[in-house]
Design a protein around this ligand. Structure first.
Ligand code: BES
Ligand code: MN
Length: 463
């Protein structure tokens, strides 16, 4: 049977399977969901077993990863598809109009935590494989799937697995669908990701909390001090004041400016989604430049003092704040972290500072005009045929830290082909996945695999 006919007939079933997968609450940050992580892994291996594909669950000190592969195909490239089965927490239940782990279809969208990030996007490649296998013909290329369970917590155990299983993971190219299109409805290939540095700052200004009537107005207030610290991080041009923060940032070259100019920007849609009345950012750059080409620093959370119901009249002695910096090529995690640490530790006027670094990941850049351009072209052609539109080729603001490790540890470059929509509300309440993107995504994947199989085999991997 022709694959398109097969897909038309089996799309409903592929959606039902996705609904099953999204209903597993595989929240990687929450130890209470350990069993669900295992269930999600087994869900995939059962699928692979059903098709007679080889699968392995790779345990780690944290959550397991899983590896599935199709048989080798002589003289054809090998594609390694990476995704993650873990999801962000969904504890703000009152804000969900659909329950996060009781996925529902409404208005041609699938609502549920992980529907877009990343279950829908990894599953569409599985559906494409199943479709190709159903045709009874041999697969056009060998495909390996690596699906991890710790992406949302910074992939702490995956680098070790990459090293341990380097041979098994051997491939010519990595394909990752874990991003969103630059513009709603317009297919997009990303050639760069921002990196990330995550840290916390704990501040102590006194030995104890004291009565705000007896000591207030005379005793230092840790929250006031922390607020001052945070407010001093950016200057009046919204530039980060930390010495050395911008070291290594590459300028936007002319060819990239051209690519950027092709991206339509609708401030109303953008602002409407955020729900804000004005946009902010570094003076001298457009919104898309700010989010794709410039490093940024955000305070992600702040606390201290009394957080309970009712009131407690104190002057707090301690406060904390959580931060994340977004990095662009060629900034390094170590340098940015170091600069941030030095800046905070120098603010002795505020009190006793305890800088605690968390995980991080370097930025990723694939030269869109370099030796991998042929793969981008094939991916672009597959998107064009499936979406009926020419894809955009742009950078991306999010981070998928493992992508740069594919380069350094496996010597493999990654093509980023995201099927999320910018308004999918990933990491937010009411996450959803556009089913139009799901259907087109499966078709794109089939076409891309076929295109890779139709070419004479050339080695493009570097490193
Ligand atoms: N799928 C996202 C990456 C992404 C970000 C896609 C923004 C589309 C828009 C990925 O799962 C993610 O959230 N990554 C984290 C990495 C961090 C936890 C190390 C991120 O970017 O915050
Ligand atoms: Mn993701």
């Amino acid at each position: 049977m022709n694959w398109e006919t097969y897909l038309d007939q089996h799309e409903g079933r592929f959606l039902s399977r996705l609904i099953e997968l999204v209903s597993i609450p595989s929240v990687s940050t929450d130890p209470g969901h350990k069993a669900d992580m295992q269930r999600a892994c087994e869900w995939f291996t059962r699928w692979a077993d059903g098709l007679g594909l080889h699968s392995e669950i790779w345990p780690t000190e944290g959550h397991p990863s899983l590896f599935i592969e199709t048989p080798p195909v002589a003289d054809k490239p090998v594609l390694l598809i990476y995704g993650h089965y873990d999801v962000q927490p969904a504890e703000d239940r009152e804000l969900w109009t659909h329950q996060p782990f009781e996925p529902q279809v409404s208005d041609d969208k699938l609502y549920g935590r992980g529907a877009s990030d990343n279950k829908g996007q990894i599953w569409l490649h599985c559906a494409a494989l199943e479709t190709l296998l159903a045709s009874g013909k041999p697969l056009p290329i060998q495909v390996k799937l690596l699906i991890e369970g710790e992406e949302e917590v910074g992939s702490p155990n995956l680098p070790k697995l990459l090293t341990q299983h380097k041979e098994q993971l051997g491939a010519d190219l990595v394909l990752v669908s874990d991003t969103s299109t630059a513009v709603k409805g317009v297919p997009t290939l990303h050639y760069s990701l921002r990196g990330i540095v995550i840290f916390e700052v704990h501040l102590q200004v006194a030995g104890r909390d004291v009565h705000s009537g007896v000591f207030g107005g005379t005793s230092p207030n840790a929250i006031h001090r922390m607020a001052q610290l945070v407010s001093r991080l950016h200057d009046e041009n919204q530039r980060v004041v930390i010495d050395g923060f911008y070291d290594g940032v590459l300028p936007i070259d002319d060819r990239e400016k051209e690519l950027l100019a092709r991206v339509p920007f609708d401030p109303e849609f953008y602002q409407g989604f955020i729900g804000c009345s004005e946009l902010v950012g570094e003076v001298g750059f457009t919104t898309n430049e700010r989010r794709w080409f410039r490093p940024t620093l955000d305070c992600n959370g702040i606390g201290g003092g009394f957080q309970g119901d009712g009131s407690k009249t104190i002057v707090p002695a301690r406060a904390w704040a959580k931060f994340s910096a977004r990095l662009v090529p060629d900034q390094t995690v170590e340098h940015v972290e170091d600069c941030c640490r030095r800046w905070f530790e120098a603010q002795t006027w505020a009190g006793k500072i305890d800088f605690r670094s968390d995980h991080g990941g370097p930025p990723y850049l694939l030269d869109p005009y370099g030796p991998l351009a042929t793969y981008l072209e094939k991916a672009g052609q597959a998107l064009r045929e499936s979406f009926g539109q020419t894809p955009l080729l742009v950078r991306h603001g999010g981070a998928i830290p493992i992508v740069s490790q594919f380069q350094t540890l496996l010597g493999l470059s990654t093509v980023l082909m995201g099927f999320g929509s910018p308004d999918d509300a990933i990491h937010s309440p009411n996450e959803k996945f556009e089913l139009a993107n799901f259907r087109r995504g499966i078709r794109t994947s089939v076409r891309f695999l076929n295109a890779l199989g139709s070419a004479a085999h050339q080695h493009f991997s570097i490193g």
